[in-house]
Design a protein around this ligand. Structure first.
Ligand SMILES: Nc1ncnc2c1ncn2[C@@H]1O[C@H](COP(=O)(O)OP(=O)(O)OP(=O)(O)O)[C@@H](O)[C@H]1O
Ligand SMILES: [Mg+2]
Length: 160
């Protein structure tokens, strides 16, 4: 599924509807260049998960993982500064990923398996992938893909 946003506000709104339809254990992987809008979308998702609107969401580039408490625990991870899969393994992300919270990962490109780019490391199978493409200064194209997620009774993007 694809959807275009024409402003940062529209992206916040899109994130919000995604956030409100997430369920415990969901993993959201964000792909896209610098400044594509991954953090902006994350802000919206957090609002949709019930986080106060004025909670400031910023890229956890230096801290790597930020944790917020919405209607579910939210783990916001940014892999931009990670250079190797060894580094990723050393973070112990499995504990977060396969738990009851919501995990949102920026720069999910870094999780691609070296042998088969369709596979991801860390045994990630069930997930929602969101690709963000910069169309112009204020326009972004969002492409959504879900993988596995058989446990869900409702497809996630019917609400968008
Ligand atoms: N339609 C839009 N949706 C989202 N952001 C937009 C849009 N149009 C312009 N922008 C601008 O693009 C920038 C997106 O920044 P953001 O931090 O969300 O990107 P990012 O993908 O997280 O980048 P990084 O890889 O550096 O973490 C913001 O400055 C925002 O104002
Ligand atoms: Mg960011």
């Amino acid at each position: 599924m694809k959807k275009n946003s024409h402003s940062p506000e529209e992206t916040l709104h899109l994130g919000k509807s995604i956030g409100s339809s997430l369920i415990s254990g969901d993993i959201i992987l964000l792909f896209g260049d610098l400044g594509a809008g991954k953090t902006r979308l994350t802000q919206g998702i957090c609002n949709g998960l019930g986080l106060e609107k004025d909670t400031y969401i910023r890229s956890p580039t230096f801290t790597l993982i930020n944790e917020y408490q919405g209607r579910l625990p939210i783990y916001h991870i940014d892999l931009y500064r990670i250079d190797s899969h060894e580094e990723i393994y050393s973070l112990g992300l499995e504990e977060i990923l396969f738990n009851q919270g919501i995990t949102i990962i920026e720069w999910a490109e870094k999780l691609r398996s070296p042998k088969n780019s369709n596979n991801l490391i860390l045994n990630i199978e069930d997930r929602i992938e969101i690709y963000i493409k910069i169309i112009s200064e204020s326009e972004r194209e969002f492409t959504f893909n879900t993988f596995s997620l058989e446990a869900r009774s409702l497809p996630i993007f019917t609400l968008l």
